[in-house]
Design a binder for this molecule. Structure first.
Ligand code: ATP
Ligand code: LTN
Length: 346
């Protein structure tokens, strides 16, 4: 029997995951984990590049909360390896090695780097190197498929470019990964501004921007009923503004129906009715996730045990690739000369 293909993906513990993370990425991971060999990572080293969230106590809490949300959303340790990035040192080590073959110009072209470096006063080298660490994450596990939101497209392409460049210099070691996006939902937009993607960082500064996966039903209704649409009042399938299209997308994904079906249901109906239906669909999808999240959060030792076991399982996989890379680059320790004895050194 052919070996199962492998998926790898990650989420940063930069805050409570939101509906965009769930629809664009997490729900896809859950759907794929039985068919593929699945490895999922809580990217805490990446989170260190977001200075406004860096605080040791917060980071510790955010890592556990993110783990609890992923498990509550259906990530199943019986199928998938779930671990914390910094607990598998091969990630940082491979990132260094790959950094030595990555032109700075490639990194300066990354949209995320350009946007985020324009926001901050001083830019850490880690922000520039962020995609190299992400490439290391993916390449360490000989990943075939990376299920992510659309915003990650450039980073996955860069991962392939780095792997190809490494192969040109040192020979074939890596598997070239493919990105996989949720069709029609890989980019959920902010509810306060359908021109920007829903993001954890933006949600910290903007009211009614995002729906956190553990928000209360009242808060979910409030955010959705106030979602920015346009000057019109009724849904017109042939003329959807970005705000209305975003609500339709959310509803479509939550109810597993086609766009055509959803548009037919709401054609000519008022925006308030569409919003009320979206709010109820969000609340009923999140209700079981929130219940499970509360149960998991009440048992931090059990969560830690799952993460410990995930790191134990990830380490040998990552270690095997790292060894091959080091050998290819000439970093393997030379064998001792024949007849050499340790005592001769002492
Ligand atoms: P931050 O704002 O802190 O960068 P984020 O909201 O972009 O966080 P990540 O942890 O960077 O979230 O992303 C986790 C996964 O969720 C990634 O696969 C990413 O592509 C996906 N994702 C993030 N935002 C959206 C969105 N608005 N729509 C669809 N997928 C998304
Ligand atoms: N940068 C990603 C999170 C992430 C990731 C990964 C995604 C870190 N390592 C490896 C896919 C594969 C983000 O979503 N912002």
């Amino acid at each position: 029997m052919a070996a199962r293909r492998r998926i790898f993906s990650g989420v940063q513990p930069t805050g409570v995951p939101h509906l965009g993370n769930y629809l664009g990425a997490i729900s896809l991971w859950v759907a794929m984990q039985a068919e593929y060999e699945a490895v999922f990572c809580i990217a805490d080293l990446h989170a260190l590049t977001t200075p406004d969230t860096v605080n040791p106590a917060h980071l510790r809490t955010a890592v556990r909360d993110t783990a609890a949300i992923l498990l509550a959303s259906g990530v199943d340790p019986a199928h998938a390896i779930l671990f914390v990035q910094s607990r598998v040192p091969a990630h940082a080590e491979l990132a260094w090695l790959l950094g030595t073959v990555t032109p700075v110009g490639w990194l300066e072209r990354m949209i995320q780097f350009k946007t985020r470096s324009a926001e901050g006063d001083s830019v850490g080298a880690g922000l520039l190197a962020y995609p190299v660490l992400q490439a290391a994450d993916i390449l360490l596990y000989r990943t075939d498929v990376v299920p992510v939101g659309e915003d990650q497209r450039q980073h996955i392409e860069l991962t392939r470019d780095i792997a190809r460049r490494f192969h040109g210099l040192f020979g074939e070691v890596f598997t070239l990964p493919e990105a996989l996006y949720r069709s029609g939902g890989a980019r959920i937009m902010g509810l306060d501004d359908p021109g920007t993607k829903m993001s954890k960082s933006a949600g910290r500064h903007r009211a009614r921007h995002a729906i956190g996966l553990v928000d209360s039903p009242d808060s979910i209704r409030d955010v959705i009923m106030h979602a920015v649409t346009d000057g019109g009042r009724e849904v017109r399938a042939d003329d959807l503004s970005p705000g209305v299209a975003n609500l339709v997308t959310i509803y479509q994904l939550l109810t597993s129906r086609s766009r055509g079906e959803v548009l037919a249901e709401f054609e000519g109906k008022g925006y308030a009715m569409l919003k009320a239906s979206v709010a109820e669909a969000v609340i009923s999808t999140l209700d079981p996730i929130q219940q499970r999240y509360r149960e998991l959060s009440a048992e931090p030792e059990a969560l830690d045990a799952i993460l410990d076991s995930g790191a134990e399982r990830a380490r040998p996989l990552a270690g095997a690739t790292l060894e091959r890379v080091k050998r290819a680059m000439g970093l393997d320790a030379p064998p001792p000369p024949p007849g050499a004895r340790l005592s001769a050194i002492a």
